[in-house]
Design a protein around this ligand. Structure first.
Ligand SMILES: Nc1ncnc2c1ncn2[C@@H]1O[C@H](COP(=O)(O)OP(=O)(O)O)[C@@H](O)[C@H]1O
Ligand SMILES: [Mg+2]
Length: 359
């Protein structure tokens, strides 16, 4: 099995690749800058101009600068390799508003959020909301673009600034958490590590990039289920779910390429190892299912009656003393003409096995 981590080569991607050597036969950093895609009557993902081939799992872990490429390549690769992130994850998670819409649709609790197309309408919204409020841009990261206003007056001044910069903006209820937020690292059906981040002094944003500190934090059952449900809603097998725990927990945003170092340090868990192992297990499962599907498709194609997973009903075809097996046998086994095999023969039974060297 071969894993490719599609990335610019940041520390998280390298750590996961390093751990993955234990599980996969081969691992490779696929430089996202060297990817391109082709669409005509067919479809293709190219790497340095040649078809990208030989992988069983591709984990897209790049920066959001490559959002459209991540989306396109994942879209084209779907079904051919195991992709822990569905193509739609990239545009969705890159935009806080799209994330909230998706979460809301799947019944995941989110903060009360308004979105307006112009400042005039936003002024109307600002008149009716309770203060303090949060103003933010849909695509901000690391806490940049998040502003707090404690009155309609201060909100209006922020609005003027945003209007000058031509930015679209979100108005959101302020959730009082004492300046903390929760990062739940979801892998498959589990929260494998979680931490609480506390904002620095005189700061409402708990982002590590804004001086926030991360500490291990066990989630209660409901919050854990909320994080898992959120990850499922956006179709990510691996992601970081950010939660604000006010009167009730709500999901604030989802990070499709969560850092592994901070959370490992805070929790003492080897998160890159957990991710690498999970990717391997799912890849094995993916290939197994694919094989099963292929066999089923061949059977359906040839209209062959199947008795159980290994047994098919057929009448023997013997010509000039030679037994000719049905075509379905060649298609399922993938045996090639002239290939070296071992025959195991008994009075009532024949088995044909590929010789080990030829596998
Ligand atoms: N509605 C809110 N209520 C309270 N705090 C918030 C709210 N929105 C954001 N924050 C604080 O600001 C931080 C950054 O906001 P977030 O929406 O996650 O933007 P970013 O993508 O820049 O991290 C959060 O981690 C949280 O500490
Ligand atoms: Mg955030």
């Amino acid at each position: 099995m071969k894993l490719g981590v599609v990335s610019v080569g940041g520390p998280g991607a390298l750590l996961i690749l390093e751990r993955a050597k234990k599980y996969f036969d081969e691992v490779e950093l696929v430089n996202i800058k060297k990817l391109s895609t082709k669409v005509d009557s067919g479809k293709e993902v190219l790497y340095e101009g040649k078809p990208l081939k030989g992988f069983d799992c591709l984990y897209f872990k790049g920066s959001f600068r490559y959002e459209l490429l991540q989306y396109t390549a994942s879209h084209l690769l779907a079904g051919t390799v195991y992709l822990p992130l569905h193509a739609s994850v990239f545009p969705t998670c890159h935009n806080k508003l799209l994330t909230l819409l998706r979460l809301q649709r799947e019944g995941v609790a989110v903060p009360e959020t308004y979105f307006c197309s112009n400042a005039e309408e936003a002024r109307n919204v600002l008149q009716m909301v309770k203060y303090p409020i949060i103003l933010k841009t849909p695509a901000g990261t690391q806490g940049k673009g998040v502003m707090v206003a404690d009155s309609v007056e201060s909100a209006k001044t922020l609005l003027d600034a945003l209007e000058t910069f031509g930015q679209a903006f979100i108005i959101q209820e302020y959730i009082d958490t004492g300046g903390t937020d929760i990062r739940a690292y979801v892998v498959g059906n589990k929260v494998v590590a979680s931490m609480q981040r506390k904002a620095g002094k005189e700061e409402v944003r708990a982002n590590i990039h804004q001086g926030g500190k991360g500490l291990a934090f066990e989630l209660d059952y409901d919050t854990e289920q909320l994080a898992i449900k959120a990850a499922k809603a956006i179709k990510a097998d691996v992601c970081g779910v950010d939660i604000l725990q006010g009167v009730r927990p709500v999901v604030l945003e989802i990070n499709a390429t969560p850092g592994v170092e901070g959370i490992s340090a805070a929790t003492g868990k080897d998160v890159p190892d957990i991710v690498a192992r999970y990717l391997y297990e799912r890849t094995v499962e993916f290939r197994k299912e694919e094989k099963r599907d292929n066999v089923q498709n061949i059977m359906d194609d040839l209209n062959v009656q199947k008795v159980d997973s290994k047994e098919i009903l057929a009448n023997l075809d013997i010509k000039m003393g030679r037994i000719r097996l049905p075509e379905v046998v060649t298609r399922i086994t993938n045996f090639r003409d002239g290939e070296e095999v071992s025959l195991f023969i008994d009075k009532q039974e024949i088995a044909i096995k590929k010789n080990k060297a030829g596998r």
